[in-house]
Design a protein around this ligand. Structure first.
Ligand SMILES: [Zn+2]
Length: 143
């Protein structure tokens, strides 16, 4: 029997504007300037077992899941918030920190109002098979 997993409340400290991305699909744009190292917000989602996340990734191909500790994962497709529109870039302006049951985004550098937010997601569950379209000079080509 699956044990009941409690999902905490996830907050956004710097609200973003969601609009067509310069990278892929929709993107998240800063509504105000965000100083370096400030917490932008938590990625919304629900906590599920890693086993369930792996099954979803296999069946649905593209799903927004981040691995947490203790064989858990955050499924950002359910209970979503605007942080899920932060696209991958090989030259990002935010970074992600996994804290027990939450996935936090922080400003990596000073971000100007109107800039698109991006994050280096590093290793994904696609194991480097999705072409990267971030356009950065140092783009790795695949994510
Ligand atoms: Zn890239």
């Amino acid at each position: 029997m699956a044990k009941h997993i409690v999902t905490p409340e996830y907050k956004i400290y710097y609200p973003v504007k969601v609009a067509k991305s310069k990278i892929a699909g929709k993107g998240a744009y800063a509504l105000t300037k965000i100083p370096a190292r400030k917490k932008i917000g938590d990625l919304g989602g629900i906590i599920i077992a890693m086993k369930e996340a792996k099954r979803l990734i296999r069946d649905l191909k593209v799903i927004n899941c981040v691995e947490l500790d203790n064989n858990l994962a955050l499924n950002a497709s359910a209970n979503p918030n605007d942080m899920r529109f932060i696209n991958h870039s090989c030259d990002p302006n935010t970074f992600m920190r996994v804290m027990k049951d939450r996935v936090e985004f922080y400003a990596l550098k000073n971000i100007k109002k109107g800039q698109e937010l991006s994050c280096d997601y590093g290793e994904t569950h696609h194991e480097g098979t999705l072409p990267c379209k971030c356009g950065a000079k140092n783009c790795r080509g695949f994510i």
